[in-house]
Design a protein around this ligand. Sequence first.
Ligand SMILES: [Zn+2]
Length: 509
Amino acid sequence: MDDVAQTLASDWKYVSEGGATIVFSYVGSPNPSYDGMVLRLRKAVNLGRPVDGMVNEDEPDDPIIEYQKRCMERLLSRENLPLLRSVRLERTWLEQLAEKHDKERPEARSRKDQIDFTRQKGVLATDLVGGDWIAVEVKPKWAFLPSHSHLSEETKAKKVQTCRFCMHSFMRNKKNPEYVNHYCPLDLFSGEADRVRKAIDALWDAWEHSNGGVNNLKLFAHGKVVLPGQIERLVDEKTDKEAVHPEQIKQMFKQALFNTLMKTSVLKAISRLQRTLDPLDIEGLSKLWRETELQSPLYKSEHASYSEQPVSNERIPTTPLGASSIYLPASEPSISDWVEFITNYQSNAAKEMDHSQPKADHLRYYLLAYLLSATFKDCSIIVKLDFLRPGRQSTPTVYPVSVIDLDPKSLDRLQKWEQLDREIGLSKLEQQSRTRKTVLEKKLSRNEKISDADAVWLDHDANLIDGVAIIAFFKENTEELLHTFNRQLRLEEVARLKDTRIDEYFTRK
Ligand SMILES: [Zn+2]
């Protein structure tokens, strides 16, 4: 194991930090151990007194190394994963590093925490954005539409025709009209040239519109963020930048990104993982959770009164999805749990599971599967491109794409996701109803004929979407109300992978 104290604090450049870690990149004299690498260190909160940490002679490697080796390398090709290895640290060296770079950190961060000086080991990782190339970070998000089987009647029509990301974008745009994003992950993941181009166009537009603020696309040149007003930085140093039109840079960039995305197999792999790890949708998972708890002997004996009264299952209180209780204990998965899960997931037995009728015995499997699916729904890919050389003929190199942000998710997130899923669904429904109302009212104002069913809808249910009353009403009467809307909407069967824009649906003749 290399000892990082052989390098100088000044050989490292501060890059960035998150809540738990801080990252430096190596900029010292050529050294095969450190060239092209970043150092990722754990942080510790400021305690206002010197920390006299206990020296653990046998400190294990950082868990991210073990997690990648034992889990991620079994799911993704090694070519698509950054290289990670352990490196030995020394307290005095860490203190020098902190002293040298503390002023470069955001003040809000340095007030709160610092490098954890007690650590004996850090992580060296491939520097994906810091070198002499363009690094494009894309957060592709949800690659698939859920299968029909476990969706409630109320949400089915929306969930199988509009993808989750597009529904979410609708909701965000409604809350904040500044947020405009027409990117659809289904296009990016489709593998079809036209649709991949469309996805790239949309990513670029959202990036431009938000002045680099959306998190689906980020550009870096020589390790520094490129904003929409600085795209000349994507051009090769030897080119006369003044002579290049921004439109040409934009088109060349899109073409280069397209070339890599069409060639890489990683999007396909991510899509397959997301899909096969989430066969129930959060609705189905939640239902299975509830049913499993209701079946537990302790729950039955303590809540005997419920079984005496004719109450529908949905109205019996149970603990929230993922929350451990005496009836249904659920512990956060350890690395060994993940290893075991992946073995099960890749076994023949898993391939034979009937997901249309999930068994209570398999609840733990489905919970971990959903969490792992969430990891792949939330990961980013880094595409490496050569600097653009307008006007010069050269075959661009296509580099392997790297997948990052693959941290495991924890069970306590499930409740929030379930809540968000509901919010997105309702928001979409409200949006659909508003659009429909507007369309019908316009028709009436032009003295055009509308169908009897539409007229009835307009007189009754359409009024419910006005004002904030609907939110309260939704909470009270979700089921009934959704049924009414659903009946009225008469949504057509659509091909499973087609992402119909709802406005088109309602404005169609
Ligand atoms: Zn979509």
